[in-house]
Ligand binder design. Sequence first.
Ligand code: GAF
Length: 406
Amino acid sequence: MITKDAFTLDEGAAKVHSLFVETFQALPDAVHSAPGRVNVIGEHTDYNGGYALPLALPHRTYVAVSKRDDRLVRLISAQESGVREVNLDEVDTFDSQNPVAGWPAYVVGVAWALEKAGYGPFPGIDIAVDSSVPFGAGLSSSAALECAVAAAWDTLTETGLLATDEGRAELVKACVKAENQIAGAPTGGMDQAASLRCQEGHVILLDCRDQSVKHLPFDLAKAGLELLVVDTRAPHALVDGQYAARRQACEEAAQALGVSLLVELSADTYQELPGWASLSEVHQARVRHVVSEIARTAEFAELLHKGEESGEFAWERLGQLMNESHDSLRFDYEVTCPELDLMVETARANGALGARMTGGGFGGSAIALVSSEDGVKISAAIAEAFAAAGFNEPHFLQVSPSAPAF
Ligand code: GAF
């Protein structure tokens, strides 16, 4: 069984520091890092104004940076060879025919977006990057990079946004704008909020209507439980059109139902609205997922809150909500794939309290809430089921709610 460990904070910082020194023959001015995330529940709700409930992973992206006195950004990553260069003055010329190619878009896009928000002009930088967030696994490697870079730029320019939660919310906005407009992925903002605004030992209840967050303790070990995270290693990409198609269907349905965002629908009466019958079956199914997922996430958060107050957690119901979430994503939202479904079915059949895909879907990762005693047995069953199905060998991650970008 392959386990993907996070770098320790010292290890990650040391790796990126030496990569910087080897590449640029100088010491960096600063080292920053930001985590990937898993979303416990609340999927495809963020761009509909709903709730999401993510936690920050111990797996982080590290950057070592130095300010330059021109507008050039020189980039090196431990994950590829060769230095790339992008001029900050050319970022504005991005369009879908002429994108900033590949991962540098996430770096220069953040400076571009912060400048658009009135925080510039920013200097060029030399930057070295290394990461233990698995790529393409639905665990927000892109957001981790954007948020580490946002932290770095904030320090280098003494903008001071990292120091407060309001400032962090401002950085989230810039990272989302960079991802939407420069990297070309029409994502909703949950990942960046998780990376910049989570707290160690907690999940956040993110209300995407007003971007407010509530920090809820999430101490599974105390309850004899753990969260199994499995990277199915099924190919996954958010820019391939499927994610955008789901988002567009929600916008079309909202318009037909006379609301600006699906979160405004009442869960009890939305099917009685005059526009409902005119929606296609597919559109109706998409709406059903979003409305029910928002309700499930609210209930999940409420149960965590009550559990914290009373000391009695309704773990069975929490697991059931995760199961219902996956089934809704599978049958109504149609964003799962055979690997995600097999992971979930195997985890459930082997005693998980609940299991579901996490993130955008179409591949990527799934999670299971399991008792600590069963973790190894369930992981082994998943690995075996994947081998029998002829799928890629899954990777397992050990996680606990970790610190935000700093
Ligand atoms: C991806 C996106 F980046 C998020 O904004 C969110 O929509 C998620 O998919 C689905 O919940 O991670």
